[in-house]
Design a protein around this ligand. Structure first.
Ligand SMILES: C[S@@+](CC[C@H](N)C(=O)[O-])C[C@H]1O[C@@H](n2cnc3c(N)ncnc32)[C@H](O)[C@@H]1O
Length: 279
């Protein structure tokens, strides 16, 4: 077991600040629950959110922004940690949508001096698949949610100065696209930072299988939707990661960060083998 000052589930980690303005954050923090709840429900509809925020002058009408307000901050924290550990490897993102976090990751990497880092973005570019199993019963996500065509994503990236020469987009549903052949073809060897932003259990399982042999001591995994089902153990990314760790006792996940709205990050460390005489 890796020595850790954190509780095993990471719930004692402080929440990283997101992109919210400090004044707005203060107003929000003081609002009573009965005000917040309906507001959160309405704002989950992205079209409403975009229109409302742009009308209030809080965001430009551009569709290129961070879906999770804490995502960029978490990426910055991860890059800083990679630098501190001197860990070299690729950035992998599963769930690209319009490309904002992928774009931001390259920017953050450049600022941290990782000019050689490569960026891989995986997505169906058709939105979420048909939702299956327990996640379907939760009725939070539906087929086609977050659809953004590949051409639009590439345009977003290039228009905002993303260097495509250091990047590759891989199209397809993860259960079909995440193959050993693709890994070989792209020359993928080691992951430094993995952003898993695909909401569903069924999507996260093939992602974790795919990255298993790319992990190294110190690789960071950010789960953007860790708590989006209210922390339910049998749903979403949380369930997939718990099962992954059960099936890969050679890895220990050290809690690293929490970020808005529902994110959690871990640093992967090889487990210390238990001595047969030990406890
Ligand atoms: C919430 S969005 C990602 C947001 C993006 N990272 C950002 O912050 O801008 C989720 C994305 O995951 C993709 N996705 C989810 N499950 C998938 C699967 N099984 N195969 C391929 N893409 C999937 C969807 O197409 C969608 O683009």
């Amino acid at each position: 077991m890796q020595p850790s000052t954190h509780r095993e589930d990471g719930t004692d980690l402080p929440m990283l600040e997101g992109e919210r303005s400090p004044a707005m954050a203060r107003v929000w923090a003081r609002a009573p629950r009965w005000v917040r709840r309906p507001f959160v429900k309405i704002m989950r509809n992205e079209w409403v959110r975009l229109k409302l925020l742009s009308k209030l002058g809080l965001r430009s009408d551009s569709a290129f922004f961070a879906l999770s307000p804490g995502g960029p901050t978490a990426i910055d924290a991860a890059m800083a940690k990679l630098k501190e550990q001197r860990l070299i490897g690729d950035y992998l993102e599963f769930g690209v949508y319009r490309g904002y976090t992928l774009w931001y990751a390259q920017r953050s990497a450049d600022r941290s001096g990782f000019s050689e880092m490569r960026f891989f973005g995986f997505d169906s570019f058709e939105g979420l698949p048909e939702v299956q199993g327990n996640d379907r019963k939760a009725a939070l996500f539906f087929a086609g949610d977050y659809r953004c065509g590949r051409e639009e994503v590439e345009r977003n990236l290039v228009d905002h100065g993303f260097d495509m020469d250091r990047a590759k987009l891989v199209e397809g549903y993860f259960n079909e696209s995440l193959t050993t052949a693709v890994k070989k073809k792209l020359g993928m060897r080691s992951a430094a930072l993995v952003m898993i932003d695909c909401d569903l259990y069924q999507s996260t399982v093939p992602v974790l299988d795919f990255i298993a042999d790319l992990l190294q001591s110190g690789s960071i995994i950010l789960f953007d939707d860790w708590d989006c089902f209210g922390g339910a153990e049998d749903l979403g990314e949380l369930r997939a990661f718990r099962e992954f760790l059960d099936g890969h006792p050679e890895w220990t996940a050290e809690p690293f960060v929490r970020f808005r709205e529902y994110g959690r990050g871990f640093i992967m460390r090889p487990s210390v083998p238990r001595s047969p005489d030990g406890p």
